[in-house]
Write a protein that binds this ligand. Sequence first.
Ligand SMILES: *[C@@H]1O[C@H](CO)[C@@H](O)[C@H](O)[C@H]1NC(C)=O
Ligand SMILES: *[C@@H]1O[C@H](CO)[C@@H](O)[C@H](O)[C@H]1NC(C)=O
Ligand SMILES: *[C@@H]1O[C@H](CO)[C@@H](O)[C@H](O)[C@H]1NC(C)=O
Length: 337
Amino acid sequence: MKNHSRPGRNRVTCKAFTAIAFSTVILQTLAQDSKRGFAYVGDAHEADNNLLTSSKTPLKWYYNWAPSPPSQVPSTNLEFAPLIHGLDEASSDSISQQLSNLPDSSTHLLAFNEPDGTTESGGSSISPEDAAKSYIDHIAPFRSENRKWKISHPSVTGSENGLEWLRKFNESCYDIDEKNGCPTDFVAAHWYGAFDGLASWLGTLDEFYNTNGSREGEERLKIWVTELALPQADAEATVQMMNLTLPYLDGLEYVERYAWFGAFREGDANEWTGDGVALFGDDGGLTELGALYMGGEQQGFIQGQKGEGQGAGNQLQVEWQLMLLLSLTALWFSNYW
Ligand SMILES: *[C@@H]1O[C@H](CO)[C@@H](O)[C@H](O)[C@H]1NC(C)=O
Ligand SMILES: *[C@@H]1O[C@H](CO)[C@@H](O)[C@H](O)[C@H]1NC(C)=O
Ligand SMILES: *[C@@H]1O[C@H](CO)[C@@H](O)[C@H](O)[C@H]1NC(C)=O
């Protein structure tokens, strides 16, 4: 019996190993192709950040509206995208150094955050004329530097105002440089609203740049959706919206990257978005939305799951209780032996 069963078991083991190796390759390929990332507002909980940076997630890139990565989230296995927020940053003496300090995996540079928006709402409130001048003087030159940064046009709010701003920006660019305007390598888009509106806004931007913009013989500009959420909705509606959005963006050829807003706990959400957009609950457990964004059960993420480290909330308590129980058991045994 023993002799007969051993080769059989080995074959099974061998097959299992092949299967595991094979699925690992498939999973890795899937992960590498992922467009998904996160907009990092500065979640101070180590446990949340450990979950966000876990290699099991489809999250492959991130940004923080700044030229340098946040110290809480080192860009070890994630691609970091720097952002030049406004005019002062663009013309600062240190910007060039900050960008050259970034790891080689950083290749795309985002320019001017919501210039058509007010500074109170996180925008940079820049006129199209001023933005065009600064873009040509300070930002476009990074394209021809050693690193050959790929640079986006300013990311406007997802609105008619945003589109109007881009039109005027383009005009100003050609007023200054008749031949080149403001050269760009990709487009950054923001969207807060329902799924239909997102699909329509991306279509509008694609039409503006790739159909109507004179780009004969040039590559179709890809879109990075760098802010994305359904604001002021309850958990169920938000999960539904995300459930429609993820496969859509994954399949849309001209979308290269996207980032949900936001990677924070419910209590840290701003008043305008409401807390339905949060990936984490107040105890640090993933919301249903958060688990879905992290790849869901397939990737091993479920609602309520917490990361390890400081700020893990209840999980720490459980671990602490377990330690106490183990110590008491040990004590009990040592007394009886
Ligand atoms: C593209 O051009 C068409 C035809 O001129 C125009 O109707 C449409 O509004 C333009 N689209 C955008 C996004 O500017
Ligand atoms: C920008 O303006 C130039 C010059 O008028 C025009 O050829 C080009 O199509 C415009 N690009 C976009 C994206 O509107
Ligand atoms: C997402 O949609 C699919 C099919 O449309 C459905 O089977 C699944 O339950 C949905 N998931 C969530 C979390 O709503």
